[in-house]
Design a protein around this ligand. Structure first.
Ligand SMILES: [Zn+2]
Length: 204
């Protein structure tokens, strides 16, 4: 838990309504408390935008689970920076969607992020993604963080942390020095889809 002074700079808690993706209550909206645990201070407008894109990444994770893949999903958004007075909001449109395909492709490198980097670069017509944001349900692994470094991506937003295999275990950072990294957007939802998947797998 952060100290109050840290929280002012590094943690934001906000209640948001999000749609239920699967099951009997699919389509209904539920309330979640969302926390941003890393990164610099940001405004609530940006957080709402982040939550919307993370929901899209969760839909990809859900598709992965339905295919028997470890449920990690992501989207890459081409940033569209709006300046209104002193307020800067980065919105954008999705240019790549992907989910984990390591089982389907029998390829240990077929992580969601790796595929999304390839398709976003092809869409942008260049190898740099400095004007893009990656939204991914689980913190990137060292391989993906290094690939994101090569792409010089502008921002990485992840859902739940991965204390065993996440890139933040490594110091100095594996990300590009210009990349801003924020974690904890819909972390509970992103983590639940993983724990549900593994508990179903153990029961089989
Ligand atoms: Zn990875």
């Amino acid at each position: 838990m952060c100290h109050l002074t840290d929280r002012l700079n590094f943690c934001h808690f906000v209640r948001l309504s999000i749609p239920v993706l699967t099951g009997r209550h699919a389509g209904d909206r539920i309330y979640v408390t969302c926390s941003i645990i890393l990164g610099k201070a940001m405004d609530v407008e940006q957080l709402k935008i982040d939550v919307d894109f993370m929901i899209q990444a969760l839909k990809e994770a859900q598709a992965a689970a339905e295919e028997g893949e470890v449920p990690v999903g992501c989207v890459i958004v081409a940033n569209d920076v709006k300046v209104k007075g002193k307020k800067v909001t980065s919105t954008g449109r999705i240019i790549a969607r992907a989910h984990n395909l390591t089982e389907t492709l029998r390829d240990p490198t077929a992580h969601a992020e790796m595929q999304a980097i390839t398709s976003a670069s092809s869409y942008m017509g260049g190898k740099y993604l400095d004007k893009c944001t990656l939204y991914v349900t689980v913190e990137p692994c060292p391989m993906c963080a290094a690939a994101l470094n090569w792409s010089q991506i502008g921002r990485v937003v992840y859902g739940c942390a991965d204390p065993k295999r996440g890139a933040s275990m490594f110091s100095p950072t594996l990300y590009h020095p210009k990349t801003r990294v924020d974690g904890g957007v819909l972390d509970k939802e992103c983590s639940k889809i993983m724990t549900d998947f593994f508990s179903r797998k153990r029961k089989r």
